[in-house]
Design a protein around this ligand. Sequence first.
Ligand SMILES: Nc1ncnc2c1ncn2[C@@H]1O[C@H](COP(=O)(O)OP(=O)(O)OP(=O)(O)O)[C@@H](O)[C@H]1O
Length: 467
Amino acid sequence: MKQAGSILVVDDNPDILIAARLLLKQHYQVVKTTDNPFDIEGIIKSHTIEVILLDMNFTQDAISGKEGFYWLKKIIAQDPRIVVLLMTAYSDIQLAVDAIKAGASDFIAKPWQNEQLLGAVTAAFAHAQDKQKVDKLTRQTQGLNQALSQSKKSATFDFLGQSAAMQQVFSTIQKAAQTDANILICGESGTGKELAAQAIHQASLRHENPLISLDMGAISGNIFESELFGHKKGAFTDAKTDKVGRFELAHGGSLFLDELGNLPLAQQATLLAALQNRQVTPVGGTKPIDVDIRLICATNDNLTDAVNEERFRQDLLYRINTIEIRIPPLRERIDDIPLLVNYYLKHYAQKYKRELSINASDMDALCQYPWPGNVRELAHAIERAVILSDADTLDIGTVVGQTPKLESPQANTSQSTTEYDTFDLEILERRAVHAALKHYQGNVSHAAKALGLTRGAMYRRLEKYDL
Ligand SMILES: Nc1ncnc2c1ncn2[C@@H]1O[C@H](COP(=O)(O)OP(=O)(O)OP(=O)(O)O)[C@@H](O)[C@H]1O
């Protein structure tokens, strides 16, 4: 039976090529031959070649083996995963030693015995597989380390909720997680979409494989494909080495694409093609790679509106939203606020070595506050209060003092319409971003925190509003 494997035979003698082909074809699925070593580069680029059987001498009557060394080095420079077996009619021990020192895996004398050649080729394929495994592991480790270092969270919190709305979310997560269905998580910023994605992955059969995240709003157009699909060394100026893309890193696991609503239309088409084919081709590569991923997307945009406004492709929406999970804003699930306040109070009291509690009236005040930045704002407010409180009881004033709208929650809910000269959310958002920046004297991190935004989301708004 033929084995999977592809070999290229390079020799200027057509009889050798025919003999090698006839023999190797019986054992390996792909056998390519060429009598011109200048073809090697193109063949490697367009085909997966694992082993090359390379002649040492191409110019007639040449016996020094120098040409063989020249092409050997070129092959190794182009793709160090390829295993090269050198052959020459003028076998001598010194040449063999030099060839192996220069990176060849073995050396065969012509004319060969069929068994001898097959034995050497079998060993070369085993060597090639080991090299590929090591290379892939190295690149995956690099990619995983990079993905982890870019992950926006330093600590992961429990995904909590006692409200009926959150119980419903948990129940959907449990059911959907067992399948491979694509899941779209919708909700305002800070509602816990990323935590939900983690919960889905953890409850899925893929939980032993990685969950790879990518914030689509934070990657610019020209690195989009390279981030998602990877790239080959030399594909563009900065591509100094091969890079494994997020799809490939997530193989066997889950891929979480955050802030999907921000993706430009051209890139939506590229993403759709990859999802439909379940294959990706690294930038500068020619060979598609099969990927087995569970896709989880998140957005704080209304994608149905985005489709109507022709900002988002309908076919992409249908592909990603097999199951849609909406995480309600915190103001719609007031029952969760005491649970979250107590959880974060305990967490930050431990972290800052404080013993603090909260009194009932302060808890009520926190329950009435609309939390526009949702749970993220709540967690930050509690952290601030823990740091700034003097007594043993959480000083609500320290939470209130830094969160302007918290000063009078009642006034906020019954806000008079005459205070607004417009209801255009974009204009109001621009003003809020501008005011926060001004308040924090241009400190983007502080302004983002006060607005309940991630730094990435803040930067996108700065760009959007030209601030
Ligand atoms: N139900 C929850 N229980 C505990 N912590 C939560 C919950 N929801 C959100 N958080 C906390 O709030 C913060 C923001 O959560 P997360 O990043 O998941 O929100 P998001 O919806 O993805 O935000 P964005 O749209 O801005 O990316 C995190 O620190 C997270 O731990």
